[in-house]
Design a protein around this ligand. Structure first.
Ligand code: NAD
Length: 256
């Protein structure tokens, strides 16, 4: 379905971003991966699906590096048709204890990076009259929780940005939507599981059960594969007129 299209997924060396990259590659899209840590494993996983793939190591907290990444993608594959703004970090602390530099980092990576990548991707998408911008927000773009002030502010902002971009592209073949996962057992959440187990002196399994029990009525983690299939839907012809939604996949978290 996506043969001939190029997708750029920020933060796709791990977790949800990698799940979305693999789902798009299964549909035939060429991929530009981005993110830190091991790159060879993710590159090999995408290559094994028989599509062209390349990697750019931009630190998305740096606008000039995002600019370089977008130029690299255009020079390598012509243009970016599908932009997935996924890179994100978390920091957990009460508002009065929240280090200002962590606030700045979370806002830069989880919110401002999506603005910069989107503003740079839009001209070519509009010229082609086809494009998909998918912002990986969170159920925390829809509801609050304690101790995550920067993350929740950034994710609410990302949902707002999604609506503005959707409205500004409403009469074109470009759509912009947000995905709002609940708990997904990636390295980002594993850190929170480990911290809870250490703090409470309980097992990892008990810490997971408590985290799900507090928030997710389904008592199940959403998987990167499931989120990848939602991204594929947004890219499908059935998604042509889906604009500005913040679609939660959260086991009922936000329904409460
Ligand atoms: P993860 O830690 O597994 O992956 C994060 C990715 O972002 C990695 O590839 C990492 O290298 C990359 N990254 C981090 N900082 C970066 C930077 N400055 N520049 C470039 N890349 C950078 O986390 P994840 O759980 O897969 O999270 C992906 C997205 O999903 C995030 O935006 C997160 O907020 C969101 N999300 C996660 C959950 C969850 O439960 N895991 C729930 C809702 C939303």
């Amino acid at each position: 379905m996506l043969k001939g299209k190029t997708a750029l997924v920020t933060g796709s060396t791990s977790g949800i971003g990698l799940g979305i990259a693999l789902a798009l590659a299964r549909q035939g899209a060429k991929l530009v991966l981005n993110g830190f840590g091991d790159t060879q494993g993710p590159l090999a996983q995408v290559q094994a699906l028989g599509v062209q793939v390349d990697y750019h190591g931009a630190d998305v907290s740096r606008p000039e590096q995002i600019e370089d990444m977008m130029k690299f993608a255009a020079s390598r594959f012509g243009k970016v048709d599908i932009l997935v703004n996924n890179a994100g970090i978390q920091h957990v602390a009460a508002v009065e204890d929240f280090p200002p530099e962590r606030w700045d980092a979370v806002i830069a990576i989880n919110l401002s990076s999506a603005f910069h990548a989107t503003r740079l991707a839009l001209p070519a998408m509009k010229a082609a009259n086809w494009g998909r911008i998918i912002n990986v927000a969170s159920v925390h773009g829809l509801v609050g929780s304690v101790q995550k002030v920067a993350y929740i502010s950034a994710k609410h902002g990302l949902v707002g940005m999604t609506k503005v971009v959707a409205l500004e592209t409403a009469t074109t073949g470009v759509t912009c939507n947000a995905i709002c996962p609940g708990w997904v057992l990636t390295p980002l959440v594993q850190q929170q599981v480990d911290a809870r187990a250490a703090q409470q002196g309980c097992s990892i399994e008990e810490a997971k059960r408590q985290m799900l029990g507090e928030k997710e009525p389904s008592m199940q983690f959403t998987t990167p594969q499931e989120l990848g299939e939602l991204a594929v839907f947004f890219c499908s012809p059935a998604g042509n007129n889906v604009r500005g939604v913040a679609w939660n996949m959260d086991g009922g978290w936000a329904a409460q």
